[in-house]
Design a protein around this ligand. Structure first.
Ligand code: ZN
Ligand code: ZN
Length: 255
């Protein structure tokens, strides 16, 4: 079905039969997928944050971690703060069901945040979703970061999503039980880049040479995962790497 006909049908159906908000059961406008405008307005939008890693912090002030050991990525752009409640519920849903409307809604909100963050400056043209380890991919059946990356990319004209370029040979145990130091050590050399079936080694510079890249994840917790992937991309010649995530959590178990 052509997109225009599909969108008109969607507007018609949602006007006649407005859906209900997944959070409050109120009516959802046809501009939205599954959240009402009030619930969207009440999300914990990330306004006060570190400009480098996006951790909730004083506005425009580098957090102590970024002052001491800055990440290798240029900046992290996240839409909302990860909190128990609405955000936690929405993120859980997008990890359970690849067809849930929450993925579309949250990715649309992330795309809007990205647009505002770049304010007319160049948006990276290469988008790479954080890969899952094959064991997790098998049990979940899909990679939610890939779905988010594809929807976000559809909002920008010159972007291209590159999937399956990287694999995670190491299966990491639950990260929330570890200290930041342990997580950083875990992430050393965790990503391997492949082109087709070939492991990329010495000629990796050819791949991303001079390119600007954005890594997409659903939630950035410590930044260890995205930092490790950013390092691999920079070693492959990328000019800079930015991080895009729906949610950003604070640092709860630092040591
Ligand atoms: Zn609502
Ligand atoms: Zn920071």
């Amino acid at each position: 079905m052509p997109v225009t006909v599909k969108s008109k049908s969607k507007v018609f159906i949602s006007t006649v039969l407005p859906g209900s908000c997944v959070l409050c059961k109120g009516s959802v406008s046809h501009h939205n997928n599954c959240l009402c405008n009030l619930c969207i307005a009440n999300l914990p939008w990330l306004l006060n944050k570190c400009p480098r890693c996006s951790i909730p912090f004083a506005p425009n002030k580098l957090c102590p971690d970024c002052q001491k050991t800055p990440p290798v990525f240029r900046r992290c752009i996240s839409a909302v703060e990860y909190k128990i409640g609405a955000v936690d519920k929405l993120i859980m849903n997008i990890k359970r069901n690849p067809f849930c409307p929450e993925i579309e809604e949250l990715s649309r909100l992330l795309a809007h945040t990205i647009e505002q963050a770049y304010q007319g400056t160049c948006i990276p043209g290469i988008i790479i979703p954080v890969p899952l380890h094959w064991r997790k991919l098998m049990s979940r059946g899909f990679n939610q970061s890939s779905s988010i990356a594809r929807i976000v990319a559809s909002h920008f004209s010159h972007t291209k999503v590159h999937e399956n370029l990287f694999i995670r040979p190491k299966h990491s145990s639950p990260q929330h039980l570890k200290t930041k130091k342990q997580r950083m050590l875990d992430m050393c050399n965790v990503f391997t880049m492949y082109i087709g079936h070939n492991k990329v080694q010495g000629d990796a510079q050819l791949t991303f040479s001079g390119k600007s890249v954005a890594i997409v994840d659903d939630v950035v917790t410590t930044g260890a995962t995205v930092n490790a992937l950013a390092r691999t991309l920079l070693n492959s010649g990328a000019k800079y790497v930015d991080i895009w995530s729906i949610a950003r959590t604070g640092w709860h178990n630092a040591s």
